[in-house]
Design a protein around this ligand. Structure first.
Ligand code: GTP
Ligand code: MG
Length: 312
């Protein structure tokens, strides 16, 4: 069987079959994947990673498709990742169908994949970050990341993006409050999609009020609000312009590097946590001994934890 390391050159060459294989290895965490990812990591840092999030049905997949078409017209290569923590197949499969119905079907410049891992959300975040590594190393100019929903889980995943777009729609009512609670802080660009519907102007005004109330530091990026009709592509080139402006602004103000550092720090901490927890669990003799001692009141929990960590 092919090992991950045998595929790295082909991934670096941008070969779609190799990328697909590598992403399966990422999801399954096969032996040797760490080594391959370490090699690929050295070739990353040039893609613009765009995250789109927002309530279910707000038009994220349609927007991703329209954006991909726009970027393809500019000759840029695209990687698309659909992340759905709640169900294994829904979001990505639908996004895939949507793409297949357009000119993008069969386009060698577009790679699309839905990320699914069974089990803990931590696994999903990890797989998503690793998938971005793979697509970035494969030379994709733009990586579009769609996440479903507005919960903390999505906030965690989307923080891997360099530019985060929060998609809302007219007449959301309570959902505007949800955005206010969870997503206001992470939005670099607000999109009011379905602007062909009644109430778009009101939604824009509500978002503008929210942004005005948010604490602004000096020299901060001025979060734009862009109206789109994803189904017709109206406003999509302008939205892509905002994304480009955000990237340019971040580069100019050192924010790109700051974010990269922040995300790297988070990623290392997650992984370290995982490594530690993997080695401290029932069935591992030192751990079981410590549990016996503390349960019998011969020791206390904190001292035991400190000793175990020090021994790693
Ligand atoms: N009128 C109108 N309908 C739109 C627009 N954009 C998307 N839609 C429709 O809205 C519905 C949901 O679109 P999706 O792109 O699947 O939305 P989504 O946010 O990806 O949905 P989930 O992934 O399920 O959260 C589809 O029927 C689209 O055709 C728009 O700008 N105007
Ligand atoms: Mg979708």
């Amino acid at each position: 069987m092919t090992a991950p390391a045998d595929l790295t050159d082909r991934v670096l060459g941008g070969e779609h079959a190799a990328i697909a294989r590598m992403l399966t290895f990422v999801e399954r965490r096969v032996d040797g994947i760490e080594h391959a990812l370490a090699t690929l990591h050295r070739h990353t840092g040039s893609a613009h990673v765009l995250g789109l999030t927002g309530p279910p049905g707000s038009g994220k997949s349609t927007l991703v498709t329209a954006l991909a078409a726009h970027y393809r017209r500019q000759g840029r290569s695209i990687g698309i990742l659909a992340v759905d923590p709640s169900s294994v197949f829904s979001g990505g499969a639908i996004l895939g169908d949507r793409i297949r119905m357009t000119d993008l079907a069969g386009d060698r410049g577009v790679f699309i994949r839905s990320i699914a891992t069974r089990g803990a959300l931590g696994g999903l975040s990890r797989a998503t970050l690793d998938a971005i590594t793979v697509l970035d190393a494969a030379g994709k100019d733009v990586i579009l990341l769609e996440t479903v929903g507005v919960g903390q889980a999505e906030v965690d995943v989307i923080s891997a993006a360099q530019t985060v777009a929060v998609v809302s729609v007219p007449g959301m009512g309570d959902d505007v409050q949800a955005i206010k609670a969870g997503l206001l802080e992470i939005a670099d660009v607000h999109v009011v999609n379905k602007a062909d519907r009644e109430g778009a102007v009101k939604t824009v005004a509500e978002l503008r009020d929210m942004l005005r109330l948010a604490r602004r530091r000096p020299h901060q990026w001025n979060v734009p609000i862009e109206q789109t009709v994803a189904t017709s592509g109206l406003g999509v080139p302008e939205l892509a312009d905002r994304f480009a402006e955000h990237l340019a602004w971040m580069t100019q103000h050192g924010e790109r590097q700051r974010r990269d550092r922040r995300n790297t720090a988070t990623r290392i901490r997650w992984l370290a946590e995982q490594l530690v927890l993997d080695r401290l669990r029932p069935g591992i003799p030192d751990f079981d001994d410590a549990v016996d001692d503390v349960t019998a009141r011969r020791g206390d929990p904190l001292s035991a934890a400190r000793r175990l960590v020090a021994q790693l």
